[in-house]
Design a protein around this ligand. Structure first.
Ligand SMILES: [Zn+2]
Length: 344
């Protein structure tokens, strides 16, 4: 089959579009013919240096059609079903780690990720546990479905499970154009919150408004983000900040929060080391939260809202399977809104 894989780490020229053996299903698994796959920043990190297995097929997000099912899979899936996949492979059957046995699969000790520890979806075919597959709504194209899994699950976990959004919350979503940022805008609006968001270009802010943002801030055009956020909230600050940027905005994030404000971070694309003013933390006071592992239950909850049409995949640009290198460059340059999707 055709696939995009790496034999070593490096620049975009390390990406190889070529032939790999067709995958074979193991117990509990299904074989999918991939309809579309999507990029994550993680792919750039893997390609540039963090990959540990070679040859390795990239692609953590994907959607496709079921073409074969392991006889022991114990699933309601049928050949021909259209599904998207949660890429986190955890314990199954009766052989459970202590966390899975206790109902905390988000902390599964044997967790492996498709596209990281296992071959991914930038290929004509991929295998996945049947339990990781979720039905794609009939009217939704694979291109849109592939844009969903990781951004949806991450943003849902951070905003619903961790920050416990309430309809009366004012929410600041950093990096409107990112996969999790754009999905975070949708989820916060779905919950009835007032959404303020940031980006470095006005066309991204126009897109953010289309997806539900109430107030938009071009961070390149304001002297102080936190002053601007306070002006937009009657001097109060926001209840929740959702951030995937990290070090560059950490201090401003803290200043944007009101009393008892909640900050949840799910990425550190600008770096992970930064000074911290502890007086703000204890004085205001604030609640600081990370993302961490995500459970099957929250994925199922989020997919229920996708089935109801309340949440959509956000496709920024599309590329062919032999255009993954160009897609990596576009992601590096950040000149897109939502997800970069590979159409197969
Ligand atoms: Zn486990």
């Amino acid at each position: 089959m055709k696939a995009v894989y790496i034999n070593e780490t490096g620049g975009t020229d390390a990406l190889i579009y070529g032939d790999r053996p067709d995958p074979e299903i193991a117990p509990g698994e299904v074989l999918l013919r991939v309809g579309a796959s999507a990029l994550n920043h993680l792919d750039l990190n893997l390609r540039a240096g963090s990959a540990r297995r070679f040859p390795h097929i990239l692609g953590c997000d994907f959607a496709g059609e079921v073409v074969q099912i392991s006889p022991d899979a114990g699933t309601d899936l049928q050949v021909g079903d259209r599904v998207l996949v949660d890429n986190r492979v955890k314990c199954g059957g009766h052989n459970l780690c202590q966390h899975c046995a206790a109902g905390h699969d988000q902390w599964c000790a044997r967790q492996q990720r498709i596209g990281v520890d296992l071959d991914g979806g930038h290929a004509e075919y991929v295998v996945a546990p049947a339990i990781n597959c979720y039905a794609v709504p009939d009217e939704m194209q694979f291109t849109e479905a592939a844009a969903l899994p990781i951004a949806l699950h991450t943003s849902w976990h951070c905003l619903i499970t961790q920050a416990k959004l309430q309809p009366w919350d004012d929410v600041l979503v950093q990096a409107a154009g990112s996969g999790v940022g754009s999905m975070g805008i949708q989820i916060a609006k779905m919950m009835g919150c007032r959404v303020i968001t940031t980006a470095g270009s006005n066309w991204k802010l126009d897109e953010a408004k289309k997806w539900g943002a109430d107030e938009v801030i071009n961070y390149r055009e304001v002297d102080s983000l936190s002053d601007t956020v306070r002006e937009l909230t009657d001097g109060q600050g926001v209840d929740v900040v959702f951030d995937c940027v990290g070090a560059d905005v950490w201090h401003e994030n803290m200043l944007c929060l009101k009393q008892e404000g909640r900050l949840v971070i799910t990425g550190v694309t600008s770096g992970s080391q930064t000074p911290m003013d502890l007086s703000i933390l204890h004085g205001r006071p604030l609640h600081l939260m990370g993302s961490g592992g995500r459970s099957r239950r929250t994925m199922a909850d989020a997919m229920k809202m996708v089935q109801q049409g309340a949440l959509r995949g956000i496709v920024g640009r599309t590329f062919p399977l032999d255009g993954v290198g160009e897609a990596h460059q576009v992601m590096h340059d950040r000149d897109f809104f939502g997800k970069l999707v590979i159409e197969h």
